[in-house]
Design a protein around this ligand. Structure first.
Ligand code: NAD
Ligand code: DAU
Length: 357
């Protein structure tokens, strides 16, 4: 049995759904259900005996220890985190609590449990830590993409908290021999993506007739990967990755934010036509403080050593994603509730208009 943390969030829920579609091995899903956790993502497996949801905090050491013991967990796949850069700028505390202290507590529980396992199970145990490319900082336009040996240079409270967690995971392998694996992935998109992040926010705002707020000049670059491809890469790393190693995961899909938003508008113009183009809703707003200019991932190690490659191109993945949001308007409506509206006011209410590129 595996323990997944944060399995009610965007990537975690996609991972749990994909896992159960491909494996018979049961999953214990530990999630605190913060604003980003959503049990309706897991509705389709509500009656599936292979999935057990546990409402709790990764920082609750006694709860985690009892789950590890009771279910004889053979691997932990650790997604749980505070994940939104803008929230980390407006309130970094929770990021330290969950991403740093929470990961530390989880590592301590895992170490105690793992140390007492019989030799064979000890050798087979895995702690897979899901991290981000943001730990490497920001690239210039002509810099080579981030590789596994790029020095860490996090620039936001979010990326700094993830970098701290990555260092702890590394240290637990180096010092105690805990069989860890770390993945550093680029920007994901796909079903169940919370509409505070660029792609789902733009789709929801476009359909709601609201402005499409582009930070700064819209020329910041992100490297996009369809969430199902990220989940497949995590499964490969869990299965065959070398312990103590890190693996960069990305889709070789660098796009400026403006290109992404134009693409979304053009697809919506085809799939949900209205009078005029959705592009007319684009507005430029004040930039994110410390906004990283460019991310790009060199994914050759995971491709070469583990034979993983993304199945989706940006064109196929983004079209699927827009269609998913059109088909799941009720899910979107459920998410756009009171707390979400407070966030929109906090993040966008104070932003002045920016200047068009
Ligand atoms: P998300 O914000 O959608 O989901 C996070 C989940 O963690 C939520 O279900 C939340 O309830 C849960 N959670 C938060 N604090 C918790 C705690 N203390 N205990 C238990 N559960 C807790 O995040 P996501 O976008 O799905 O990202 C998942 C992981 O992948 C994160 O670690 C993130 O850093 C990493 N990552 C994300 C991306 C991306 O593009 N979204 C890319 C690379 C890496
Ligand atoms: O690179 C991986 C990271 O990708 C993950 O570790 C993070 O958890 C995930 O949130 C994501 O971080 P970003 O900051 O890149 O994602 P976000 O969707 O918030 O923003 C993407 C780009 O779009 C970024 O350059 C900021 C810009 N943006 C974002 C929002 C929400 C806008 O221009 N307008 C917006 O309203």
């Amino acid at each position: 049995m595996i323990l997944v943390t944060g399995g009610a969030g965007f990537i975690g829920s996609n991972f749990v759904l994909d896992w159960l579609a491909q494996h018979d091995e049961p999953v214990i899903n530990l999630d605190k259900l913060t604003y980003a956790g959503n049990l309706s993502n897991l509705e389709s497996i509500q009656q599936d005996g292979r999935h057990t949801f546990v409402h709790g905090d990764i920082g609750d050491r006694s709860l985690v220890s009892s789950l590890l013991e009771k279910h004889k967990i053979r691997a932990i796949v650790h997604f749980a985190a505070e994940s939104h850069v803008d929230r980390s700028i407006l309130g970094p505390g929770e990021f330290i609590t969950t991403n740093v202290n929470g990961t530390f507590s989880l590592l301590e529980a895992a170490r105690a449990y793992w140390s007492a396992l019989p030799d064979k199970e000890k050798a087979d145990f895995r702690f897979l830590h899901v991290s981000t490319d943001e730990v490497y900082g920001s690239l210039g336009p002509n810099d080579a993409p981030f590789s596994e040996t790029t020095p860490y240079a996090p620039n936001s409270p979010y990326s700094a908290s993830k970098a701290a967690a990555d260092h702890l995971v590394r240290a637990y392998h180096h010092t105690y021999g805990l069989p860890t694996l770390t993945t550093n992935c680029s920007n994901n998109y796909g079903p169940y993506h919370f509409p505070e992040k660029l792609i789902p926010l733009m789709i929801a705002n476009a359909l709601g007739g609201k402005p499409l707020p582009i930070y700064g000049d819209g020329q910041n670059v992100r490297d996009w990967l369809y969430v199902g491809d990220h989940c497949a890469a995590i499964r490969r790393v869990l299965e065959s990755g070398t312990t103590g190693e890190t693996y960069n995961i990305g889709g070789w899909n660098e796009k400026t934010n403006l290109e992404v938003v134009h693409t979304l508008c053009d697809i919506l113009d085809q799939l949900a036509p209205k009078t005029g183009s959705y592009r007319d809703q684009i507005t430029y707003v004040k930039d994110r403080p410390g906004h990283d200019r460019r991310y790009a991932i060199d994914a050759r190690k995971v491709e070469r050593e583990l034979g993983w490659k993304p199945a989706e191109t940006f064109d196929t993945g983004i079209r699927k994603t827009v269609q998913w949001y059109l088909d799941h308007q009720e899910w979107v409506r459920g998410v756009l509730s009171g707390d979400y509206l407070k966030w929109v006011e906090k993040n966008y209410g104070q932003r002045e208009q920016g200047v068009a590129a």
